[in-house]
Design a binder for this molecule. Structure first.
Ligand SMILES: [Zn+2]
Ligand SMILES: [Zn+2]
Length: 254
């Protein structure tokens, strides 16, 4: 199993793509920049796993569904917390801002199917992976995820401010081989990070201490592009290997 980055930024400009990652060939983690995935790869995707309903994570969902209407007959399953899915249904694909694709049928099958992802149980995903959703400290129905494949465990924070449950649950489930953690703001904007339920490098360092796991690599994403250089200079997690995720980055966890 692998995670391959389509976009890893916490905002969007000419050089930066919104959060979207492939988990193997058949699952997307968030869909911020999903419309940039080539059609032949998109056609393999069965499930979009949403961390939460903020725009930087769902923006291209509407556009990939728009393109899928003309190319496929099986539904795209969009899964996430109940709160997250309700926001997407009521405020995005509601027949006003964008079509309600659950009502658009191709050869009798809806093109979109919502499926609530239960918390804190393992759910099997297409392509030999499992995920466990854990509530985190962020609005819009936010969840972090544990991913497991062939016994290897990866922790994915999603968007979050300081939290405990995700790290505790990860340690209960095994020995993580990697952690993917958001760092949105530099330490000079720690107050904004706290107010918006995000992390800065010093807050992320505290979170990683909760996880322990001294030797595992730390993959960083969700930087606000205008603070990227400042954040990079501050990323030092007690000697841990730190990798900044960017489009094309790949995390192998088998
Ligand atoms: Zn975000
Ligand atoms: Zn968010």
């Amino acid at each position: 199993m692998f995670i391959e980055v389509v976009g890893s930024s916490g905002s969007k400009n000419i050089d930066n793509r919104l959060v979207c990652m492939k988990l193997g060939d058949r699952v997307l983690i968030d869909a911020g920049s999903a419309a940039l995935i080539p059609d032949d790869e998109l056609d393999l995707v069965d499930v979009v796993l949403l961390t939460h309903a903020h725009l930087d994570h769902i923006l291209d969902l509407g556009f990939i569904l728009d393109s899928m209407v003309s190319r496929r007959t099986r539904p795209l399953v969009v899964t996430g917390s109940e709160a997250c899915l309700n926001i997407v249904k009521e405020h995005y694909m509601n027949g006003l801002l964008w079509p309600d694709f659950t009502k658009i049928r191709v050869e009798g099958s809806p093109i979109l199917e919502y499926r609530i992802l239960a918390d804190e149980i393992w759910t099997t995903l297409p392509g030999n992976a499992e995920c466990m959703a854990v509530p985190v400290n962020h609005p819009a129905g936010a969840r972090g995820f544990l991913f497991r494949s062939e016994g290897n465990l990866v922790v994915y924070s999603g968007d979050t401010g300081p939290t405990d449950k995700l790290w505790r649950t990860a340690l209960e489930q095994g020995d993580p081989v990697a952690v993917v953690i958001e760092v949105s703001f530099p330490d000079s904007k720690r107050d904004i990070a706290m107010a918006s339920d995000h992390l800065c490098p010093s807050l992320a360092a505290d979170e990683l201490l909760k996880l322990g796991c001294e030797d595992i690599p730390v993959y960083v994403f969700h930087m606000k592009p205008w603070f990227a250089e400042e954040i990079k200079a501050e990323l030092n997690f007690s000697g841990k290997q730190v990798i900044l995720l960017k489009p094309g980055s790949r995390i192998e966890f088998i």
